[in-house]
Design a protein. Structure first.
Lengths: 492, 80, 189
């Protein structure tokens, strides 16, 4: 089916492959279930803002905290499942390390859930210093510590996994530069069209997440020190920089890990290979710096920030996402065009993800302009932008992969009615959810408000209806995944 | 916030800081349209300069999540 | 055998010189010298002693130190203990604590030296990042804390020490990044 080189694929024993498949399925099922729960949490928050559901402010903010942390966690663990599934075909990865990260992740999740629902921690997933320490009695220092410790533990788990990626990539390619395709880009080696896109993308993800986790390791511990030793008051702006660097990099990297599914699966559905080339390498090289350099666009309303950092962030924001998006979007169009592709649910979702990613960039770029940011920052415009990205860009990649893994491609069957219903409910719901958020932001409605002013309630109610459609679609997807995934064989 | 009244047609400098945690300082006009904002951060004073075109009752809303009372942080500003 | 024996004597001599009272006073007069010269010197001596230990000693240790885990755990415990400010203070004012330092820190170096190469590369990576983060965290703490941590040292001394830790951490980060990105070749050249 795929014309990519057979010889360069890594050979594993049958038992290793069986175990690896179980591991990937566990990541996927756990991650998608968390997504579903977090969508229900989101629905509850929108309904509360729309006065259709009564929730106390304390519970609302706890739900908001779990929603943020949960979605970031689910995005990380699910996209890592996708990434690992493909990367292990090109470099020798360890099943043990993959499982280790999974169980460390679950431990961190237990700590975070405990901190929120037992310890009443409601300081948002961004744990913006010094809020975790100053809750006015709403939660204890212990609860805030458990939350940050949970994040720290999850970071260590991923660090272990990325070290295994790094080890395996170095063993095969000698340097990360070569794995990224830089030697080909700069003419030190002839261009090899068969250099796997999965390796290029994984190398980028590994580099930026390593940096993100390093920043997280410092800032989380400094926050912990402050919780138990309040005389130590780190600079609030420095803490904010590190927190946003960490958060921005980690959530951004998930889409770059998941896009591997597009590179690997579209060729299967179209029968044409995905060829890597110089523009492709250049785009992925640029994105390494862009993902790390744009985070100050979260800080445009912090006037003491150095001007050069804000200008850099603004300039990078215009271009951020574009390089990889352009090469991927263009590549996807070319590979699909007149290929006689069978529009399975998986292919539809992967193609949708290209649209979601492309269109999701627009509100992001707008908000990164200082003049716009002045009236859009911390309004619902911001959730509008990332719900667009995540619901229409990231999740379609992940769900599309789940359909592939469930064996849809092997059976060559047409999508069932229930799949189509799920697809369109999800598509319309996700689009509406994002647009209602964006419209709310354009109407100055602030984000993270448990109770909305009477003027804003109509928006929240529209958002509630949209969110219920998303939940319906996701529910159908998940049911399908839970039924067909566990018993499915490894797709050919 | 002192004073609670400023004049329209001339630049007003808001010196925004925070005593406890991070807050946001968003100025909303009478139609609840956000017209200017800055962050309020412990240890820093952000200077926001804004010229009000017309008089009226403006609202200041908190625009950075600051805890369970975040949505209750609303105050008024009169522009003459 | 001869060079090994000679090395052993040299290391022992170095240890004795470090332990001489004037040398002690000189190296412990400032926090920077104490933390960044004396203690690392003691650890390095331990590391080198570990290298020249007789083979049969090493073989006897080996079953207790599978994959280097015991040794690394021991080293981390000793390291953490000597990072406590009040212990540093005690080492200066009470000789039994000072003696403990002169014994345990070389042991730490020895344990690290013997166990590190046996440690799983992934564990090595996690520890390296953790050591690096500790440099940054402590550097930041020492710069920002309003009070002195050690009764024996000035606040200004603490600030300088903090800056040096941050500097060392930054250099380390840059070196590490270059090495990982451009590959092992550059290092070997």
């Amino acid at each position: 089916m795929s014309t990519t080189e057979v010889s360069s694929k890594i050979e594993y024993s049958d038992s290793e492959n069986r175990n690896a498949l179980i591991a990937v399925k566990s990541h996927l099922i756990a991650g998608l279930l968390v997504f579903l729960l977090m969508m229900l949490a989101g629905l509850a928050m929108r309904a509360a803002q729309g006065t259709w559901l009564e929730i106390g402010a304390d519970l609302f903010y706890q739900i908001m905290t779990v929603h943020g942390a949960g979605v970031v966690g689910a995005a990380m663990i699910t996209s890592t499942g996708v990434q690992w599934y493909f990367l292990r075909q090109y470099v020798r990865l360890s099943n043990g390390v993959f499982w280790t990260n999974f169980f460390i992740f679950l431990t961190g999740v237990v700590l975070i859930l405990g901190s929120i629902f037992v310890g009443k921690y409601g300081g948002a997933w961004t744990f913006l210093f010094p809020l975790p320490a100053i809750s006015m009695g709403a939660w204890s220092a212990g609860a805030a510590a458990a939350f940050q410790l949970g994040l720290l533990i999850i970071g260590v788990g991923f660090l272990i996994l990325y070290l295994d990626f790094g080890r395996a990539i170095l063993a095969r390619y000698g340097s990360l530069a070569r794995a990224l395709g830089l030697t080909q880009l700069f003419g030190k080696e002839p261009v090899n069209y068969k250099h796997p896109a999965a390796v290029v993308a994984s190398t980028m993800v590994l580099i930026v997440n390593f940096m993100g986790i390093a920043a997280g390791a410092v800032v989380l511990v400094m926050g912990l020190v402050n919780l138990f030793y309040p005389e130590f008051k780190p600079d609030a702006l420095l803490m904010k920089n590190l927190i946003y660097f960490f958060g921005h990099v980690v959530i951004n990297a998930t889409i770059y890990a998941s896009v591997i599914a597009v590179y690997e699966l579209l060729p299967r559905y179209t029968g044409r290979p995905w060829k890597t080339n110089k523009p492709f390498y250049a785009a992925w090289f640029a994105i390494v710096f862009m993902v790390m350099g744009v985070y100050p666009h979260h800080l445009l309303m912090d006037f003491p920030m150095p001007t050069w950092a804000l200008i850099t962030a603004q300039v990078l924001s215009f271009g951020s996402g574009l390089p990889v998006l352009v090469v991927t979007g263009y590549g996807a169009l070319m590979i699909v065009y007149r290929s006689g592709i069978t529009w399975s649910t998986s292919a539809k979702l992967l193609f949708l993800s290209m649209f979601g990613w492309a269109a999701g960039v627009i509100p992001a770029i707008l908000d990164a302009m200082v003049t716009v940011n002045r009236t859009f920052h911390n309004t619902l415009w911001v959730p509008g932008h990332f719900h667009f990205y995540l619901l229409l860009g990231l999740l379609p990649m992940l769900i599309g992969f789940a359909y592939f893994l469930a064996g849809e491609g092997d059976r060559k069957e047409r999508p069932k009615a229930v799949d189509s219903l799920g697809f369109y409910a999800y598509l319309i719901g996700a689009f509406m959810t994002s647009m209602v958020f964006l419209a709310s932001g354009a109407n100055s409605i602030p984000r993270r408000w448990a109770v909305h002013l009477p003027e804003w309630i109509g928006f929240a109610q529209a958002g509630t209806i949209a969110a219920s459609l998303v939940v319906l679609g996701m529910l159908l997807f998940i049911t399908r995944a839970l039924i067909s995934l566990p018993g499915a064989n490894n797709p050919r | 916030m002192t004073p609670a009244t400023v004049k329209s047609g001339q630049p007003v400098e808001f010196q925004v800081s925070a005593a406890d945690v991070n807050h946001g300082f968003g100025i909303y006009d009478e139609n609840l349209v956000l017209i200017a904002q800055t962050q309020a951060m412990p240890g820093y004073t952000n200077k926001l300069i804004h010229t009000f075109d017309k008089p009226g009752k403006f609202k200041i809303l908190c625009l950075e999540y600051c805890g369970l009372a975040h949505h209750v942080m609303i105050t008024e500003l009169t522009v003459e | 055998m001869y060079p090994k024996a000679k090395q052993a004597w040299l290391l022992l001599a170095a240890l004795v010189i470090l332990a001489l009272p004037p040398m002690q006073r000189f190296l412990e007069q400032s926090m920077v010298m104490h933390m960044l010269v004396q203690i690392p010197a003691l650890a390095i001596i331990g590391w080198m002693i570990g290298k020249i230990l007789p083979e049969n000693w090493k073989n006897n240790i080996a079953p207790w130190n599978r994959w280097g885990i015991t040794g690394i755990a021991l080293a981390i415990i000793i390291m953490t203990y000597w990072m406590l400010p009040r212990v540093q203070d005690a080492a200066i004012s009470e000789w039994p604590v000072e003696l403990t330092k002169f014994i345990t820190v070389p042991i730490m170096g020895m344990a690290l030296g013997i166990s590190w190469p046996q440690l799983n590369p992934i564990a090595q990576g996690v520890l390296k990042l953790e050591f690096w983060a500790t440099f940054m965290r402590l550097g930041w703490l020492y710069l920002d804390l309003p009070d002195r941590l050690c009764a024996n040292y000035l606040l200004s001394d603490q600030r300088v020490f903090g800056q040096l830790l941050l500097l060392a951490g930054s250099i380390w980060a840059v070196a590490w990044t270059l090495r990982i990105t451009f590959g092992i070749k550059i290092i070997n050249n």
